[in-house]
Design a protein around this ligand. Sequence first.
Ligand SMILES: Nc1nc2c(c(=O)[nH]1)N[C@H]1C(S)=C(S)[C@@H](COP(=O)(O)O)O[C@H]1N2
Ligand SMILES: [Mo]
Length: 434
Amino acid sequence: MNFATRWLIELTNQLVIIILNNKQEEVMKKRIIKKIDTSKRNFLTGSVTLAGVAAATSVLPITIANANHKDSSPKGLPDFISWKDRNALIVHSDKGIETHRSAIGESLITPNRNIYIRNNMPTMSNTQIGDRNNWKVSIKGVKNPKTFSLAQLKKLGHTTMATILQCSGNGRGFFAHKVRGSQWKTGAAACVLWTGVPMKLVVDACGGVDSDAVFMTSAGVDHEPTGLDPKKAKVERSVPKKVYKDAMLAWEMNGVPLPNAHGGPLRMVTPGYFGINNVKHLGQVAFTKTESTVKYMKSSYRISPIGKKGSQYPSCWEMPVKSWITRPTDETGTVKAGNVQIVGVAMGGMKKVRSVKVSIDGGQSWKKAKFVGPDLGKYAWRQFVLEANLAPGSYNLASKASGGGKTQPELRMENRRGYAHNGWKDHSVNIKVV
Ligand SMILES: Nc1nc2c(c(=O)[nH]1)N[C@H]1C(S)=C(S)[C@@H](COP(=O)(O)O)O[C@H]1N2
Ligand SMILES: [Mo]
């Protein structure tokens, strides 16, 4: 074969590859656009009528509100969570994916395909994880420090517990000042059934906690493949030592092996504490005298006044009492007049949620809602319902939970990074009844 022929063959090959790639891209694009269309049908049908409500109540219609979301672009799910339900999710970025308010689920436990994702570091792949049963976690700051494989942990003990996984920044999207980070509204939260070993049994197997320890410090290993400086990239979180008595090392989430995206094969679960403390891809738990000095402990996740920052401010630890309505919402469009079931979820944070009140008039008057469904313990949320007979018109629906001697405040606590929002007013929804 002479040079010219070889060159011609090579050129044809390249052309075929380009054509194939274009074709593939087009198919992908079409697929994504189709998915977006269905999601728009499901969630944005109210946009036209809501514009009317907006004019009357000076609330942004959902299309405009959503323009803040990167979700309004035809973005598919990132590969590592291609198994999730695109229609249930708002894609802020490939590190922050939120559950639609109306897709949190009405059966208490949030299905895995709808659960939000918050990644400071990329999710580890199967190759990086290797044999799941051989995954190692080392326990330090105990009488007899040890390293356990997942297989060994499974022999040590077994329990199942429901807790709420909620990002510290859930509700950030309601803050009026420009806050950096995903503009979560209500969907950076889920109620999850975890299965694993109680941390207490792991500690017992190591002869007990060092007597001078003050914190339980958990570290992920998801920064390792990135090669980044651990001081900046390691997700290591210290919580008060006592948390270990309620904590667990989980390898299963809602009945399936812990998905990689949620920190598989092993994750720390710190009941009642904000999401960040529930360290994914867990490699070490140490009982320490001092707090970790990595960025994610020292400077991030600190609740500081607007314009101020520093490690002297409180860390995102215990979650406060909170609730929100999941149906009807401004995502689901107009509501038919008559009996309406106002449904939502309520959590007590560290204590059992005691009661929830619902208002249909923007908080001028309140009625006690009824808890329904099973009570999965103080760290789970409870579903509530209030039946209301609604005549045509515009309504502002709000919910206000109480528990542990505390009630949700009306207003948010202003803070620099938009953390720990549990004010009921911002979480209310405007609906139009026809
Ligand atoms: N190792 C590790 N753990 C982590 C994170 C992370 O990026 N890496 N993100 C944290 C944050 S900020 C939250 S809100 C939750 C999110 O959990 P999910 O992605 O399973 O919903 O995990 C926390 N644990
Ligand atoms: Mo988070």
